[in-house]
Design a protein around this ligand. Structure first.
Ligand code: SAH
Length: 216
């Protein structure tokens, strides 16, 4: 327990259950992971508010609801191997680690990757691999993945990510032709060459920057 336990509980009941999220494993993970540890001390009082918060380098930790929604859409089970592109603070990676067997997360900004590695290392969450690379090309070393979460907005779906999914695997990614607004897509790999895409509404993520993303 910590002094934010009540705030965290209220976040889950109002922001998540109150908006219709029902996946019990996701709700339990959101109840457990101490979001305040992933923001600066100055912002910790705001950590359980219904909004993204700055983490420096013009990047942000996503709104709690968005993290929970994306995790629900990934349909994770306890033995899954998951890739996250866009570690940022490491918060979503910590939540993912509660939901699956192995998490690999990649971040292009080295200081953010280092900070995330440090905080994930001291918390009682399951082990997470953090790498500092351009995730628009995925992370082939651990592929294929049961699920891939992209935590930044892409101009288009990077083909290489689709092909790092197992058959039956899910890719959740915000995609849009402006740097500011996207549609949240879930792409399911049906077979070797067959993919199904569905949209889960409008979202606003920081841009995915890299070889197969937006330019710097
Ligand atoms: N999941 C994060 C949210 C981070 S915001 C959290 O829970 O805090 C998105 C992050 O994606 C930023 O840190 C940004 O630097 C990173 N990013 C953008 N383009 C990237 C790329 N091509 N590869 C890896 N990380 C990228």
């Amino acid at each position: 327990m910590d002094r934010f336990a009540d705030a965290r509980e209220e976040m889950v009941s109002r922001q998540l259950e109150g908006r219709g999220l029902r996946d019990k494993r996701v709700l339990a993970a959101m109840r457990k992971v101490p979001r305040h540890r992933f923001v600066s001390k100055k912002l910790s009082e705001h950590a359980y508010r219904d909004m993204p918060l700055t983490i420096g380098h013009y990047q942000s930790i996503s709104q709690p609801y968005m993290v929970a929604l994306m995790c629900e859409l990934l349909e994770l089970s306890a033995t899954d191997t998951v890739l996250e592109v866009g570690t940022g603070s490491g918060y979503a990676a910590a939540v993912l680690s509660e939901l699956c067997g192995h998490v690999v997360t990649v971040e292009r900004i080295s200081e953010l990757a280092k900070n995330a590695r440090d905080v994930l290392g001291v918390l009682e969450c399951n082990p997470v691999e953090v790498h500092c690379i351009d995730g628009t090309i995925g992370f082939p070393d651990r592929s294929p993945y049961d699920a891939i979460l992209v935590s930044a907005g892409a101009p288009a779906v990077p083909e290489v990510l689709k092909h790092q999914l197992k058959s039956g695997g899910r890719l959740v990614i915000p995609v849009g032709n402006s740097r500011m607004n996207q549609d949240l897509l879930r792409i399911r790999r049906i077979s070797e060459q067959k993919f199904e895409t569905e949209s889960h509404g409008g979202v606003a993520f920081v841009p995915l920057v890299g070889e197969d993303g937006w330019s710097d």
